[in-house]
Write a protein that binds this ligand. Structure first.
Ligand code: ARG
Length: 464
């Protein structure tokens, strides 16, 4: 078959080269964007008088029919036609004859593919944000249902201080909220319209870029044609935002996996979200959470692949840049899969508040509160730290829990201890006392939940 660019060639392309350079197997995903972009371009060509209204109408009609063919699976993909742009242009000329050849006036595949990718990423940012917001909603619900459940809070994976389970969940809400902010910010850079850059230098035709931007709902134009066809920052931003998001999901999954183990027993994930073992009949494995954690790796991989592809490319377009697509598509699919499954998984979680409270009672996590009590009685903090350290050592030696200590025993360590001190051994007391903005007291967590809900409802509304 004669290539659309075949004029200067004396030989046919090697079959192996066709296979090697083709991108149609993955960029067929851009069909909708490509047609939308071409229709806008055809309208602009007529508006500026570069082509006639009749020709433009015919092209638009043809493009709409092609869209239909693609949607109905009646469109034929062929490696020789390289990419989605060539496929659609070729099909258009098959349908409407040589007039179809006018569509590419004042345009190059370089600005065309850039336009398609911008349209695609803008759409995907919106759906990513919506899916994050749904997960935020599931976190809010689970937090509200278990508002006052106490669990041990950890540092170094050693029990540190008791916290509300809902407070722990809201920490993830905050991370997801930053993810939403980052994707929204990403949207601004995806919202630049590249068409008109041509191959690299712009065009001598009197095009109207503003009109194209308006038709396609772009906020701004690229202001430098060379930048327009070279820029892949907005894709790298998406990949890097996706990487941070996956890191958050992965940490959350890690917590869920730990909490559902026999060692912790703070939660139970629903049977519908777990799987069994082929050999050990007793097993109930948290496969979904593990797989979300595991998929983080491929997302980071796509970010690094594209960063590396881009790092030494001279301006402007280079074929290397075709490599921007598969990783991005894979990340979009991965995020969608992970976010979609996480929301119902979170909603299905049963929290075992009694078990987690028992865990808190059986550790030394009231130690800071006891030290703080001595400080409130006038002892310098560093000294109080030493006193309570001695008390913990005493308990360990006597094999006693803090809650089994009597006032007499406490007084051996400091005369400042009194009846009131024993109150600080009740976990609710320590949790309730952390009543500062951002603290774990029920009052603060309730206050935060009110904010979180407003935030989440806002995120659900379409961005822009
Ligand atoms: N398939 C190409 C890509 O994805 C489209 C742009 C081709 N441009 C070119 N000058 N060969 O990057």
């Amino acid at each position: 078959m004669m290539k659309l660019w075949g004029g200067r060639f004396q030989k046919n392309t090697d079959k192996m080269v066709e296979d090697f350079t083709a991108s149609i197997f993955f960029d067929c995903r851009l069909a909708e964007e490509d047609i939308t972009g071409s229709i806008a371009h055809a309208r602009m060509l007529a508006k500026t008088g570069i082509i006639t209204q009749e020709d433009s109408q015919e092209m638009i009609q043809g493009l709409q029919e092609i869209r239909q063919e693609i949607q109905e699976g009646r469109f034929e993909y062929r490696t020789e036609l390289e990419d989605i742009h060539m496929h659609i242009e070729k099909r258009l000329t098959e349908k409407i004859g040589p007039i179809g050849g006018k569509l590419h006036t004042a345009r190059s595949r370089n600005d065309q593919v850039a336009l398609d990718m911008h349209l695609y990423v803008k759409k995907e940012i919106k759906s990513t944000v919506e899916l994050i917001a749904r997960l935020q909603g599931a976190l809010i619900t689970l937090a509200e249902e278990n508002l006052e459940v106490i669990i041990p809070g950890y540092t170094h994976l050693q029990r540190a201080q008791p916290v509300l389970f809902s407070h722990h969940l809201m920490a993830y809400f905050c991370m997801l909220e930053r993810d939403v902010q980052r994707f929204r910010d990403n949207y601004k850079r995806a919202d630049l319209m590249p068409l008109g850059a041509g191959a690299l230098a712009g065009t001598s035709f009197p095009i109207d870029r503003e009109y194209v931007a308006e038709l396609l709902d772009f906020e701004n134009l690229y202001e430098n044609s060379m930048d327009a066809v070279s820029d892949r920052d907005y894709l790298l931003e998406y990949l890097s935002n996706a990487s941070l998001l996956m890191m958050h999901l992965s940490r959350f999954c890690e917590d869920l996996i730990l909490w559902s183990s026999s060692e912790f027993q703070f939660i139970e994930m629903d049977d519908a979200f777990c799987t069994g073992s082929s050999i050990m009949p007793q097993k109930k494995n948290p496969d979904v959470a593990e797989l979300v954690r595991g998929k983080t790796g491929r997302v980071y991989g796509s970010l690094f692949a594209l960063l590396t592809t881009m790092k030494s490319l001279p301006l402007t377009y280079n074929k290397d840049m075709q490599e921007d697509k598969e990783g991005l598509f894979d990340v979009v699919d991965t995020l969608k899969g992970c976010l979609e499954v996480m929301s119902p998984l979170v909603e299905s979680i049963q929290v075992k508040g009694e078990a987690s409270r028992k865990a808190v009672e059986e550790d030394f996590s009231a130690a800071t509160d006891l030290a703080d009590y001595l400080v409130k009685k006038g002892m310098p903090f560093r000294e109080a730290h030493g006193v309570i350290g001695g008390l913990v050592a005493f308990c360990l030696e006597k094999q006693k829990l803090l809650k089994q200590i009597s006032l007499e025993e406490l007084k051996i360590f400091s005369i400042l201890f009194d009846e009131e001190s024993l109150m600080w051994l009740i976990p609710e007391r320590g949790v309730g006392a952390r009543n500062i903005t951002g603290g774990t007291s029920p009052e603060q967590v309730k206050k935060f939940l009110r904010k979180a809900k407003i935030c989440q409802e806002n995120n659900i509304k379409i961005i822009k």
